[in-house]
Design a protein around this ligand. Structure first.
Ligand SMILES: *Cc1c(COP(=O)(O)O)cnc(C)c1O
Length: 405
């Protein structure tokens, strides 16, 4: 194994004819989620050739998840998205196996899931669809930009089975009901609160804050294999587990996913978080210094919107001066060699971000060189034809539909 846990042999991407992309976009599922930590890679390799009793492996995961999160129990599934569907299912069926087998038919069950309208986002797929997959019906509370306690109280009926609270950079960040209030209102009516904390570093705060089930991604910051972690109340976790006899069958995780995420959780506890933060800060300084000389380019550090201990570099492009738009520059970076993928979810506002947390050693210099080269080329371009954003976004949609060509 090399320094980053990579085999010292030929890059598998080369063998498969894939482009050696550099990820400055963040923990993006579409780019492979994260660089798996060496301990997780080792655990996956060691368990793949072995037989094991899966119920015991999940018991072991439950204990580790409980220890790391402070929850009573835990369960591993295929992804956070799967965890959403299973948590919603668990809140409807409990451990009633007949009801488990009937899903997504929810006849006779309370089947409404309350969701703040400002939390009705897409993480690559709609949150509401993950709810509907269990047979439940999402019910929106409030409006996108404002929700109040009375609206949540008024939405609770005999049909309510759970409340879903989403923590994400995608949600509306103002005018929402705080988790503490959501928990107080829901618990007064004995309704469980499910928190989607897929991208959060804080593995204890939501349980401590009163959530009944909390979902984390095993393959984002934790650096585990593709997986989702559910932590929470023992009775609800047991009901999540029983979904394996129903809709959970197609959402199940293999032995390698469970063993890998157990190793990733242990590694997270041993990780030198301060040293990683310092390394990320040094990477941001490299980029900021390099971009300082370019007219029409502003680079400043931005804190993570949900409060994770992670800063990114926001690069704002003035196309009249830099002679290239933010979206054209992002395209050129992605098309060049090596391809550099930037964080572009707000690119229509004229900026992209550079995320330092998924780089192999030394890649930050390649990224700085690539951006500088593209900016220099744009500056020397006498006939720039910056594409308007509307055209760019339609072209991107069409390109996505062209797969597998
Ligand atoms: C990434 C993300 C998901 C989906 O996570 P997967 O583990 O890839 O299914 C769900 N919710 C939020 C808030 C996310 O950020």
């Amino acid at each position: 194994m090399g320094r980053d846990g990579m085999a010292d042999s030929v890059d598998i991407r080369e063998a498969l004819g894939l482009r050696p992309v550099i990820n400055c976009a963040g923990t993006m599922t579409s780019l492979g989620a994260s660089i798996a930590v060496p301990d997780a890679i080792d655990a996956v390799t060691r368990i793949l050739p072995q037989w094991t009793e899966m119920a015991d492996l999940q018991r072991c995961a439950s204990r580790v998840i409980a220890q790391v999160t402070g929850a009573q129990a835990g369960f591993v599934t295929a992804s956070t998205s799967a965890g959403l569907t299973l948590s919603v299912a668990a809140a409807m069926t409990g451990c009633d196996l007949a009801a488990v087998e009937r899903l997504p038919d929810t006849t006779g069950l309370a089947n409404e899931v309350l969701l703040l309208a400002g939390h009705n986002v897409s993480y690559g797929a709609p949150v509401t669809q993950a709810i509907a997959l269990a047979g439940a019906r999402p019910v929106l509370v409030g409006q996108a930009t404002s929700a109040s306690a009375y609206q949540l109280e008024g939405a609770i009926t005999d049909r309510t089975s759970s409340v879903l609270f989403v923590v994400s950079h995608h949600v509306v960040h103002y005018g929402q009901i705080p988790l503490q209030t959501v928990c107080e209102i829901a618990h007064a009516r004995a309704i469980p609160v499910i928190v989607d904390a897929a991208s959060e570093y804080d593995l204890t705060g939501f349980i401590k804050g009163g959530a009944d089930l909390v979902l984390y991604s095993g393959h984002k910051f934790l650096g585990g294999p593709t997986s989702g972690i559910i932590a929470g109340r023992k009775d609800l976790i047991a009901a999540c587990y029983q979904q394996n006899r129903g809709i959970g069958r197609g959402l199940k995780v293999g032995k390698e996913g469970i063993a890998g995420v157990i190793a990733a959780l242990h590694a997270w506890q041993r990780r030198d978080h301060a040293a990683i933060r310092a390394r990320e800060s040094a990477i941001l300084a490299v980029w900021q210094d390099r971009l300082a000389g370019f007219a029409g380019v502003e680079a400043r550090r931005s804190p993570d919107p949900t409060g994770n201990p992670l800063d990114r570099l926001t690069v704002t492009i003035d196309p009249n001066v830099a002679r290239v738009t933010a979206w054209d520059l992002a395209d050129r970076l992605a098309a060049g060699a090596p391809p550099v993928m930037v964080r572009d979810d707000e690119i229509d506002l004229g900026y992209f971000q550079l995320d330092p947390c998924n780089l192999h050693h030394g890649e930050e210099v390649i990224v700085a060189d690539r951006i500088a080269a593209e900016l220099e080329a744009a500056r020397g371009d006498n006939a720039p034809s910056p594409m308007c954003f509307a055209e760019w976004s339609l072209r991107r949609e069409r390109a996505a539909l062209a797969w597998p060509d």
